[in-house]
Design a protein around this ligand. Structure first.
Ligand code: AMP
Ligand code: MG
Length: 397
C-alpha cells in the first residue's frame, strides 16, 4: 500500500501551472497576479479639493475670524468633473466641491462650514493654512511605481486600485479548469423520483463546490453510468479546455468498476493506507491528468482535501494552499485502524483548543461531514487515543 505522502506526491506532480493570461480586471478577483502592476499614472491625477468649500489664496484669508470675516467675490463654481483648467485670481474665491480640480494659484480650501456658503460674495470666517484640504497629485500613487506585486491575490481593494489607475486587464495565473465526472448506474439527478435501488447523485455537486471554493473553475460536473463505452463517451464530450479530470466511484474491488475497466491502460490504480479513501488512482487520459477518487461521498471529499486541494491551489499560485493545521486536545477516547492514516470528521472548538470526533468513521455518513468543521488526523501507528491526547486537525472553515 502507498502512504498518504507518497500518493500526495504523485498527485501533486500531475497538476501543473498554466501560462499567465490577461483577463478583464473584473474577472481577476481571487486570481494571483502573474506580474507586478506598475502604475501608468499618478493618483490623484491632479491637485483637487478634499472638502466642499472655497478655493482661496491662504494669504487672502489670513485675517479671517468669525467676528471679522473676509469677504471675497466668488469668481467660479467648480463641481467635481468640471474639465476646463481654471486660474484663481488673488482677491477672489472659487466655490469648489470634493474631488474637483483645484484652480491654479489656489493654495488652500476653506470648508463650507467655515463660510456663509454664498455664491456671489462669500464670507470666510476662518484662516487657512497653506495646502489645507488639498489632495496633491501623486500623493497616493506616483506614476511608474509598482503598486501590486506578482504573487498577490487580486482582492476587491486591488481591483479598486487598478480601476482607479485606468487599467482594463490584468496578467494573472489562470484558474485550473477541472472536469468532475461521477460514475454509477444507481445515480440519478436530484429532481427526478427515485426508482428502488437508485440514489441521488451527490459527489459531482459537492466536488464542484469544493473546487470553486478552492479557486478552480469547473468545466462540467456530470455523471456517467457504469458501462465503459458511455463513460468514455461522457469523458470525451467534456474534456475540451480541461486541465484536470476528477472521477468518483468505480475504482474498488467489485465487478462493474467502470473507471478501472475503462482507464486501466493509462491510470495507475493503487491502495493508499488511509481511511476513508483507500482506493485511489492517477494518470492521464488523452494527456489530461486524471485523479480517480472512490465513490463513497465522505471518501471522495476527504480524498479531495488530502490529495487535490493543496496542489491545485499551488498550481494557481495561491499563497495559502494548505488548510490550516492545529493541534487540539481530544475530548474523548477514540480507536483507529492500525496501519492506516485515519481522517475522522471533527468539531474543533478553537477557543477551548479541543476537538471532538463527529459521527462514525464509515465513509457514507455525509450528514456528519456536512456539520463538521475539521478533519481529525490519526497516524498509522496509533490504534487508540485517550481523552486529553494532543491530535492534529485540519481546519476546514
Ligand atoms: P463505488 O466506489 O462506485 O463502489 O461507490 C461506493 C458507494 O458510493 C456506493 O454506495 C455508491 O452508490 C456511492 N456513490 C458512488 N458515487 C456516488 C455519487 N456520485 N453520489 C452519491 N453516492 C455515490
Ligand atoms: Mg460505483
Amino acid at each position: 500500500m502507498r502512504t498518504v505522502e507518497e500518493h500526495q506526491r504523485v498527485v501533486a506532480a500531475l497538476i501543473t501551472r498554466r501560462a499567465p493570461v490577461s483577463v478583464p480586471i473584473a474577472d481577476a478577483l481571487g486570481m494571483v497576479l502573474a506580474d507586478d502592476v506598475i502604475a501608468p499614472s499618478s493618483l490623484p491625477g491632479f491637485d483637487n479639493s478634499a472638502m466642499d468649500g472655497y478655493a482661496v489664496l491662504a494669504d487672502d484669508v489670513a485675517a479671517a475670524t468669525p467676528e471679522h470675516p473676509v469677504r471675497l467675490p466668488v469668481a467660479e463654481d467648480i463641481p467635481a468633473g468640471r474639465t476646463d483648467v481654471l486660474t484663481l485670481k488673488p482677491g477672489t474665491a472659487h466655490r469648489i466641491m470634493t474631488g474637483a480640480m483645484l484652480p491654479a494659484g489656489a493654495t488652500a480650501v476653506v470648508p463650507v462650514e467655515a463660510t456663509n456658503a454664498a455664491t456671489d460674495t462669500v464670507e470666510i470666517c476662518a484662516s487657512a493654512k497653506d495646502g489645507q484640504h488639498i489632495r496633491c497629485a501623486g500623493e497616493d500613487v506616483t506614476a511608474g511605481t509598482p503598486v501590486l506585486r506578482a504573487g498577490q491575490v487580486v482582492t476587491p481593494a486591488a481591483l479598486g486600485l487598478v480601476a482607479a489607475l485606468g487599467l482594463v486587464e490584468l496578467s494573472v495565473i489562470p484558474r485550473q479548469r477541472v472536469l468532475v465526472m461521477s460514475t454509477g448506474t444507481e445515480l440519478i439527478a436530484p429532481g427526478t423520483p427515485l426508482a428502488p435501488g437508485q440514489i441521488y447523485e451527490s459527489n459531482a455537486v459537492m466536488l464542484a463546490a469544493a473546487l470553486r471554493d478552492a479557486g478552480a473553475d469547473v468545466v462540467a460536473a456530470t455523471m456517467s453510468g457504469d458501462d465503459v463505452d458511455s463513460f468514455r463517451d461522457a469523458l470525451a464530450r467534456h474534456t475540451a479546455d480541461t486541465d484536470l479530470i476528477i472521477t468518483t466511484g468505480g475504482v474498488s474491488a467489485g465487478a462493474y468498476e467502470v473507471v478501472k475497466d475503462a482507464l486501466g491502460g493509462t491510470v495507475d490504480f493503487v491502495k493508499v493506507a488511509m481511511q476513508p479513501g483507500m482506493p485511489q488512482g492517477s494518470g492521464t487520459v488523452d494527456d489530461i491528468p486524471i485523479i480517480t477518487l472512490p465513490g463513497n461521498p465522505v471518501s471522495a471529499l476527504v480524498s479531495f482535501e488530502v490529495f487535490i486541494r493543496s496542489p491545485l491551489r499551488t498550481a494557481m499560485g495561491l499563497p495559502t494552499p494548505d488548510r490550516p493545521r492545529h493541534t487540539a486536545v481530544l475530548t474523548e477516547d477514540l480507536t483507529s485502524p492500525r496501519g492506516k492514516r485515519q481522517f475522522r470528521r471533527g468539531v474543533l472548538d478553537a477557543d477551548a483548543g479541543t476537538v471532538t470526533s463527529y459521527g462514525p468513521p464509515a465513509s457514507h455518513h455525509l450528514r456528519w461531514l456536512a456539520s463538521a468543521n475539521c478533519l481529525l488526523e490519526i497516524a498509522e501507528d496509533v490504534d487508540a487515543l485517550s481523552a486529553g491526547a494532543q491530535v492534529q486537525v485540519w481546519d476546514l472553515t
